[in-house]
Each structure stands twice: as structure tokens, then as C-alpha cells.
Design a protein around this ligand. Structure first.
Ligand SMILES: C[S@@+](CC[C@H](N)C(=O)[O-])C[C@H]1O[C@@H](n2cnc3c(N)ncnc32)[C@H](O)[C@@H]1O
Length: 224
């Protein structure tokens, strides 16, 4: 994408009421205005809150919001020019149960209060295979502890990925740390049983992997 196009999207994001783009200072300084208040100040209802981490263009956030109008969804990514797509669709379709937050996932516990979140989706994360990149892997111990902090006690995490490495790494870690694996499938379009929302919504990256014939995997788990 050209820089002119990106600038246009950044500008348009600023006009969308469903996009929140705090500076690092706003997020980490004195209490961030939406922390603990996403229901009352942002959605203005008391529906459960579901996050999509690394939402890219926001296909899951928008798709799930359409499928589950009784829940609220927030797509999170550091790249605003990507989620512009999802935000614009949500504006055009007048959807009031989906929003987008531009931040680093590392700062997620500054953005949400304890017990504020019911569910998390991690969709096609960069697997960060190199040892030096381990700390950026979105299902490592440190991230799981951050998710646990903001999730309700019975809150669940969904991981959908094409990366066999990420699938195996996460399953191993979950078993090793004694978390609760609720469901796992290493080829969701071949092995029956994956929930409808797993096979029924496809992201930008997923479509590229499917064209290459890669299996798509899925795990649903609870952090102990
Ligand atoms: C491989 S893409 C997948 C995007 C989308 N979920 C999809 O399936 O099309 C990974 C996304 O995660 C975002 N991302 C990666 N690490 C992040 C971090 N630490 N904080 C915020 N966003 C991050 C990237 O900007 C990118 O949009």
C-alpha cells in the first residue's frame, strides 16, 4: 500500500467513532479512559466483550459481530491502515457492537481492567519461530498471564493458525502449564467438529494459506 493511501486511511480512522487510538502515554499514564469502562463508555450496553488480537483487516471482529449481535467485539492491531477496512465496513453497515483499538498487544492490561473480557481470539499470529523473537509470540507464558488478568474466570481463548509450529508450541505449553484445552483440531476443513465460527469466517491471511493448500488449525482453551 502506498504511503498516500495509508495517510488517507489514518485520517479517515480519526473520523470513525468505532476507532480508539490512544498514545502510549494516554494508555500507560493515569487511568486510560476506557479501562474498566468499555461497556458503559464505548458500547453503552452490558454485553460480553470479546477481543481479536492482531486483527489485521478485522474480518473476525466484523464476522463475529454479525454472527453474535448479543456480544461486543474489539479488534486490536498496531497497524491502523489495516483495520481501517473492518472499521469502515462496520460504519457502513451501522454495526454498534464492534470497535477497533490501535495498540501493542503487550500493553493490553493497560487497556482493559481485570475481569473485563469474556473471550479472546488470536487469528493467524506471526509464529515468531526464531529463538530471539520468542518474547513476541502471542501464546507464550507472559502473554497468557496478561490475558488471564483481563479475562473473566471462565473466559476462553481461541487460536486459529496455519502454523503447525504455533499450533504445536501452544498445545505443548498449555499441557505443560496445566491449562485447560477445551478443543483442538489440526485440520479444521478436513476433520469434522470445528465450531461454525471457525470454518465460516476467513481472514485475508487465511485465504492466502488456503490457496497454498495449507491445513488450518484451531485450539480453544482456558488459562488456569
Ligand atoms: C499475520 S497478520 C494476521 C492478520 C489477521 N488476523 C489475518 O488473519 O488476516 C498478524 C497481525 O498482527 C499484528 N501484530 C503482530 N504483533 C502485534 C503486537 N505485538 N501488537 C499489535 N499488533 C500486532 C500485525 O500488525 C498484523 O496485522
Amino acid at each position: 500500500m502506498g504511503s498516500k493511501n495509508k495517510l488517507k486511511r489514518f485520517k479517515e480512522n480519526e473520523t470513525f467513532s468505532n476507532v480508539i487510538q490512544p498514545t502510549r502515554e494516554e494508555l500507560t499514564g493515569a487511568q486510560f479512559q476506557y479501562k474498566g469502562k468499555w461497556n458503559t463508555k464505548f458500547f453503552k450496553n452490558d454485553q460480553p466483550i470479546v477481543l481479536e488480537l492482531g486483527c489485521g483487516k478485522g474480518e473476525y471482529s466484523v464476522g463475529l459481530a454479525q454472527a453474535f449481535p448479543e456480544k461486543n467485539f474489539i479488534g486490536i492491531d498496531i497497524k491502523g491502515a489495516r483495520f481501517w477496512r473492518g472499521a469502515k465496513t462496520a460504519v457502513e453497515e451501522e454495526m454498534d457492537n464492534v470497535g477497533f483499538l490501535r495498540t501493542q498487544i503487550e500493553l493490553i492490561d493497560y487497556a482493559f481492567a481485570e475481569n473485563e473480557v469474556s473471550e479472546i481470539w488470536i487469528t493467524f499470529p506471526d509464529p515468531q519461530i526464531k529463538y530471539k523473537r520468542t518474547k513476541h509470540r502471542l501464546t507464550n507464558t507472559e502473554f497468557l498471564q496478561k490475558y488471564k488478568k483481563i479475562l473473566k474466570q471462565d473466559g476462553v481463548v481461541n487460536l486459529k493458525t496455519d502454523s503447525e509450529f504455533m499450533h504445536g508450541y501452544t498445545l505443548g505449553l498449555l499441557h505443560g502449564e496445566g491449562h485447560e484445552v477445551l478443543y483442538a483440531n489440526h485440520h479444521v476443513y478436513k476433520n469434522e467438529g470445528a465450531p461454525k465460527e471457525v470454518t465460516g469466517i476467513q481472514t485475508f491471511y487465511e485465504k492466502q494459506y488456503l490457496e497454498k493448500g495449507k491445513p488450518i488449525t484451531y485450539i480453544k482453551f482456558r488459562i488456569k
